[in-house]
Design a protein around this ligand. Structure first.
Ligand SMILES: [Zn+2]
Length: 180
């Protein structure tokens, strides 16, 4: 029989209570209007509020569409692909796991998502190797774990044009063949 003391059931995996969500993302500034976005991270999704009436995305999340003033906004998964719009390096700040303010600073980027012009999210970047990230670089979403909480990060995307035979600055295979 069900124990009345257990009527407050523990939420299923990936479905934290509000209190657990706040605890997990302590210091991230979780509040009512952005809680869904943080929950999405736990499912590996980048959620952006999208208006069900005019289809426009907006960021940061608000309860009302800034375009048409509709309150019918829906946290919607996006691809996480985009280009670096802004790049900066933090040389000081609060201590955080995996953040090194020395050795060139901690990179922070604002990425313009491919879903909509001027739709931008902030995060960090990694996996650039010896190449410095720069404005205009194509990137894709790659959450990083920081103290058990997923944070928004981007890595270089691997564009299919690497295999494209007609890249402008390289002689194409066809040109070589035509000389045979
Ligand atoms: Zn709208």
């Amino acid at each position: 029989m069900a124990d009345p003391n257990q009527s407050e059931q523990k939420p299923a995996d990936g479905d934290l209570s509000d209190a657990e969500l706040l605890e997990l993302f302590a210091g991230h500034g979780v509040y009512r209007d952005n809680a869904a976005q943080y929950r999405g991270r736990l499912d590996g999704q980048l959620l952006i509020n999208r208006c069900a009436d005019c289809a426009r995305y907006h960021q940061p999340p608000r309860p009302m569409c800034p375009n048409c003033w509709s309150f019918d906004v829906v946290p919607t998964p996006v691809s996480g692909r985009g280009t670096i719009h802004l790049l900066m390096y933090l040389h000081a700040g609060p201590p955080a796991d995996g953040v090194d303010y020395h050795n060139g600073g901690h990179p922070v980027v604002v990425v313009e998502l491919e879903e909509q012009e001027h739709l931008r999210v902030t995060g960090t970047v990694h996996e650039f190797g010896p190449n410095e990230p720069s404005i205009g670089d194509a990137v894709e979403l790659d959450f990083l774990d920081r103290g058990g909480a997923p944070i928004v990060a981007f890595r270089p995307s691997h564009p299919t044009e690497l295999n494209h035979p007609t890249k402008p600055d390289q002689p194409s295979l066809q040109e070589h063949r035509s000389q045979d």
